[in-house]
Ligand binder design. Structure first.
Ligand code: SF4
Length: 353
């Protein structure tokens, strides 16, 4: 048997039963693929079922309020995916007459849909002959064919998709694509691949050369940016203040406690007090007391490492008229970044009630 047949044979015996595998509907396949980006399958499953129930069709998603979509997305992180989900649904209504596209090139026009997602939707729904190339596919192909091109360079996608296209010859693209991704996820895994019981071991180049652990190759990433956030919690009878992040960049359109960014966390309370008192969001009121809640928190994003501190701040006078701030008694109905959600769950659950 050749590579594709061995692979599909393995897939038929070993595939996991996942809700999005029982459909050919492009909308549902797309929904699952967006949720599964940067998310583990077991975590993504419950979100998929929740979204599928709430928004069974693309028009129901297009009609939804963005805030609601962001709220439902809470806990998954990378909120740009949720915003794009809504924008793409709107596009399907406005540009495609409400009919979800299945053609690879058309799918690429949708917001948030890249080559991988377009290939997945086009091949799973309509059997279009386009290979999917995700982390699992990179790994399987780099090992099987001994391709040592780093997988995180701009040209790697072309090299690996051409290799995948050749390997999928004479078989059904939907089956091949599902099979190779599942094989990478369950069998040819990053560590401890099951080479001893592998149906592809007979022709696997990396195994023959004893270089399985050296593949795939990754180019070293550029330096991660360090950022230092100071969240200010101001309580009074009308609740506490939050603000919406309108600026581009991380957490756009999510809510947070008013935040002051500093170049490090070496400051004393007195310096922080001065920063708060000269910040027009707090109307130049004098700070009576600053208390840090909990310890410093580290939060990792793809290119940034965020160090966060949360402070409870008491002012000499009540500040109720801050222009850019919203006063609330609960965060329950606001989409908030995972960092803040974790802080509240662990240190101040009353802010959610
Ligand atoms: S023999 Fe090992 S490295 Fe090669 S495809 Fe199978 S599991 Fe992967």
């Amino acid at each position: 048997m050749n590579f594709a047949n061995e692979l599909i044979n393995w897939y038929q015996k070993n595939k996991r039963s996942l809700p999005w595998r029982n459909t050919k509907k492009p909308y549902k396949i797309w929904l699952s693929e967006i949720i599964l980006q940067q998310t583990r399958v077991d975590q993504g499953k419950s979100y998929y079922l929740k979204f599928e129930k709430e928004f069974p069709t693309v028009s129901s998603l297009a009609k939804a309020d963005e805030q609601k979509v962001l709220n439902m997305w809470q806990g998954l992180g990378y909120y740009s995916r949720a915003r794009n989900l809504k924008k793409a649904a709107d596009q399907v209504i406005s540009d495609f007459n409400g009919v979800f596209p299945t053609d690879y090139k058309e799918l690429l026009k949708l917001k948030g849909v890249g080559k991988y997602t377009a290939a997945a939707v086009a091949s799973f729904s309509k059997n279009e002959r386009v290979p999917v190339v995700d982390g699992n596919v990179y790994r399987v192909i780099s090992r099987y064919l001994n391709i040592d091109e780093p997988i995180n360079t701009p040209k790697s996608y072309k090299i690996f998709s051409e290799a995948a296209l050749e390997l999928m010859e004479n078989c059904r693209p939907d089956e091949f694509n599902q099979a190779i991704m599942e094989f990478g996820a369950l069998h040819c895994t990053p560590t401890n691949p099951k080479c001893n019981e592998c149906p592809l071991s007979y022709n696997c180049t990396a195994l023959a050369l004893n270089i399985v652990k050296d593949l795939p190759v990754k180019k070293k990433k550029s330096k991660v940016k360090e950022r230092f956030f100071n969240f200010i919690i101001t309580n009074n009878a009308s609740g506490f203040a939050i603000e919406k992040r309108n600026q581009k960049g991380i957490w756009q359109n999510l809510y947070q406690f008013p935040m002051i960014e500093t170049s490090n966390h070496k400051h004393e309370f007195s310096e922080l007090k001065k920063l708060i008192e000269t910040d027009d969001r707090f109307e130049n009121h004098k700070v009576r007391q600053v208390t840090q809640i909990g310890s410093d928190r580290k939060h990792l994003l793809s290119h940034q490492r965020i160090w966060a501190r949360f402070y409870e701040v008491e002012f000499d006078e009540e500040t109720n008229n801050q222009k850019k701030l919203v006063r609330t008694k609960s965060l329950e109905h606001y989409p908030i970044p995972r960092l803040i959600e974790r802080f509240v769950e662990e240190e101040a659950p009353h802010y959610l009630k």
